[in-house]
Design a protein around this ligand. Structure first.
Ligand SMILES: C[S@@+](CC[C@H](N)C(=O)[O-])C[C@H]1O[C@@H](n2cnc3c(N)ncnc32)[C@H](O)[C@@H]1O
Length: 398
């Protein structure tokens, strides 16, 4: 007989001892059933009433490595839900968890525990007004409360590529970045996004006889982001017009000599990560009763965004405002606090204010901080320079 999903679901819905036996037989006798049907069989078995029979099915099948992991997840799910009424399922669930050491099972377990605990809100405190923190983000971020930021968007200093970068080695650079990401994790509301704009950088050759080194910063950022407690969601590729980037292909164009090919790099990576948490994004969205739908605006349907870069007389590497606008539109709500821990000339803050978000900007370089200050006079409450005054005021401001 060819079983269908509908047929299995109907069996599962009507919780009779006969149906449970039928489901167990279907599982036992049809080893080659398509995986989605088999998954439904396991899920339907889990919905039945005879806990002893279900328990003996699970103890037999959950440790059978011939079973597809999708089936094991269903079996584990049954343990989670049955553990409310019957303790032996709790113990079996823990055995399955320890047996597989699998990240999806771990996450299912954490989700379940979180839901049982009945948490109410994802945000501890909200920041009420724009802030500019002047100094090293490794220090200044300490002054922000836990869970107080709803979005982080930044472009970190590119290792030794620009005037403001100064590190002894690439590993020192990465460890400093990681320190800041760990603070970002603490201040970012659970389940919200951190978005990092990076691209590979090249360091100057110390002499003609040496090779220049190209650093794939985005690959290493993946590692430090995950170590800091974020997980990968998406990558958006920012594509620039070719004439706007340095020409690397001209040598090859002249000689056509294999191995000398170096394409013009017209892309940058926009890395979208979410802070680790035990609930779905729906829960973050539920915090907002109403929101701006941006009706009539075009939607960027692919992960390739064509945006011209921006140059600025005051800063060597500014965001184009359009990039900030899209990130703010897709990843934050009005009224949210948005943090840029490497604010530069403060482009994110400017666009954020226009879009009704509350910017929190950190910048180490006094010259750039002054630009932000001068532009945003009357909006920002600049307190970073006097730490004592700042720490007193921030409590009032929140
Ligand atoms: C790529 S730029 C950001 C430019 C910015 N997106 C804009 O639109 O102007 C990085 C900035 O990070 C700042 N910076 C570097 N290390 C820092 C640190 N430890 N704490 C705070 N700011 C830092 C640099 O001074 C630089 O202005």
């Amino acid at each position: 007989m060819a079983y269908t999903l509908e047929y299995i679901k109907a069996l599962g819905k009507e919780r009779t001892p006969e149906n449970l036996d039928k489901l167990l037989r279907i599982f036992r006798e049809n080893l080659n059933l398509p995986i989605d049907i088999k998954r439904e069989v396991v899920s339907s078995i889990g919905r039945q009433n005879d806990n002893d029979k279900i328990y003996s099915f699970l103890t037999r099948e959950a440790f059978n490595k011939a079973n597809h992991m999708e089936l094991i997840y269903q079996m584990f799910r049954t343990c989670l839900y049955k553990s409310r009424e019957d303790k032996k399922f709790h113990e079996l669930g823990l055995r399955i968890k320890n047996f597989y050491h699998n990240e999806i099972i771990d996450k299912m377990h954490d989700y379940y525990i979180y839901r049982q605990s009945g948490h109410e809100s994802t945000s501890d405190q909200r920041i009420a007004e724009p802030l500019l923190l002047v100094g090293d983000s490794r220090e200044t971020l300490k002054q922000l409360p836990d869970n107080s930021i709803q979005l982080i968007f930044t472009s970190p200093p590119y290792y030794n590529a620009r005037e403001y970068s100064d590190y002894n080695s690439y590993s020192e650079y990465l460890s400093r970045m990681k320190e800041i990401l760990i603070s970002c994790r603490r201040v970012l509301e659970e389940g919200r996004f951190i978005i990092i704009n990076v691209s590979p950088v090249i360091t100057k050759r110390p002499g003609r006889e040496f090779e220049s080194i190209r650093y794939p910063i985005h690959f290493d950022f993946h590692r430090i982001l995950t170590e800091a407690g974020f997980y990968f969601i998406d990558e958006i590729i920012w594509i620039k017009p070719e004439p706007s980037v340095p020409d690397r292909v001209s040598g090859y164009r002249q000689t056509r000599k294999p191995l000398s090919y170096k394409p013009n790099c017209i892309t940058e990576s926009i890395m979208i990560y979410r802070s680790e948490c035990n609930f779905l994004l729906d829960r973050n969205m539920k915090e907002y009763k109403s929101y701006d739908k941006h009706d009539g605006e075009e939607i960027d349907s692919s992960n390739c965004w064509y945006i011209a870069p921006k140059s600025d007389k005051n800063h060597p590497a500014v965001f184009p405002e359009e990039l900030c606008r899209r990130i703010l539109k897709y990843y934050s709500f009005e009224g949210d606090s948005v943090l840029d821990p490497f604010a530069g000339s403060g482009t994110l803050g400017r666009v954020a204010r226009r879009m009704g978000r509350i910017p929190v900007l950190c910048e180490i370089n006094d010259k750039y901080a002054e630009i932000i200050e001068s532009e945003a006079l009357g909006y920002y409450d600049v307190r970073g320079r006097d730490n004592k005054k700042y720490s007193q005021q921030i409590t009032i401001g929140l």
